[in-house]
Design a protein. Structure first.
Length: 292
């Protein structure tokens, strides 16, 4: 029994569709923001789908959650206050908790239903919510950031879905300006930044906005996530100018993380070599992205 999720008409990847063999539907529902589907797949474990777009699978979520978290947090000395935008599944929280220097974690997720279903079906990710350092805010990120005092955070991680649903405003300039204001000088932003195979124009727009908004440094990094379209996903690493922006990206990450445990779970993807390699771009991407 296979059920093909045929979305040839998704504007984020016109003309292509991805299918996974469905063993059992575990949850189907609708929040005020999006449709939520969870199923047991034949070969990738459980799968979370929002509005027909794969968000994570048991098998490969480690690549995305570990890289989007450790690329920024291993780039600055002893991060203490961290903010997550999105990330309602809890995976990024799980990864942040590996950093013993972190004292407080704010998370702003717009959709309570995503939080609730991930607590039921993805305990390996939602374990992140159990850490006493975590403070959950359910609501709109732009609103949350407007109310955040200036210079609050050492690091902000934007773990967003694609900009064709509730995450639409998370790629526009005003949003990045509120992020820059909420970061302390020398603080770092890591933003989900789509695929260099599919979204060059969107990435170029984001790079331009970030170069204008962050005077520190802006770098594009990427990694392999088999169940994301094109099998690759990118990250925008931006440093707010500061006294000593020791924001090393292609060179050695400042902090070593190997072996850091969270709730009995080991790191499965990230290491310092992968950190450095993430900033190495293929020639077409250098041409298309490094000019911005
Ligand atoms: N924390 C779950 C990952 C959410 N990130 C997005 C999922 C959908 C992809 N097309 C882009 C990244």
């Amino acid at each position: 029994k296979t059920s093909k999720v045929q979305y040839y008409n998704n504007p984020m990847w016109p003309g292509e569709a991805h299918s996974l063999k469905v063993e059992k539907i575990l949850y189907q529902g609708k929040s005020p923001y999006q449709e939520v589907l969870i199923f047991e797949s034949a070969t990738y474990g459980k799968v979370l789908v929002l509005d027909g777009i794969v968000q994570l699978t048991d098998k490969d979520e480690c690549a995305y959650q570990e890289m989007i978290t450790h690329l920024p947090l291993c780039s600055i000395p002893s991060p203490k206050k961290v903010l997550v935008i999105g990330g309602g599944d809890g995976g990024v929280l799980r990864e942040i908790c590996r950093h013993s220097s972190v004292e407080s974690i704010d998370i702003c997720e717009i959709d309570q239903l995503v939080i609730d279903v991930c607590k039921d079906f993805f305990p390996d990710l939602s374990v992140g919510f159990k850490d006493p350092r975590v403070q959950l805010h359910v609501g709109d990120a732009v609103e949350f950031l407007r109310n955040a005092p200036e210079g609050t955070y050492d690091a902000i991680i934007v773990d967003s879905s694609d900009p064709i649903g509730p995450a639409q405003e998370l790629v526009e300039k005003p949003f990045f300006e509120t992020i820059a204001r909420a970061l302390r000088p020398g603080g770092v932003l890591c933003n989900q930044a789509e695929s260099m195979w599919l979204h060059t124009h969107l990435i170029q727009d984001m790079l331009s906005i970030c170069h204008e908004t962050f005077k520190g440094s802006v770098h594009y990094a990427w990694t392999s996530v088999p169940t994301y379209p094109s099998g690759a996903i990118g990250f925008l690493l931006c440093a707010k100018e500061g006294p000593s922006v020791n924001f090393l990206t292609p060179t050695n990450p400042i902090e070593k993380l190997e072996g850091a445990m969270t709730a009995g779970r080991e790191i499965r993807f990230y290491n310092s070599e992968m950190h450095r390699a993430a900033f190495v771009l293929p020639t077409f991407a250098k041409r298309e992205l490094e000019a911005y």
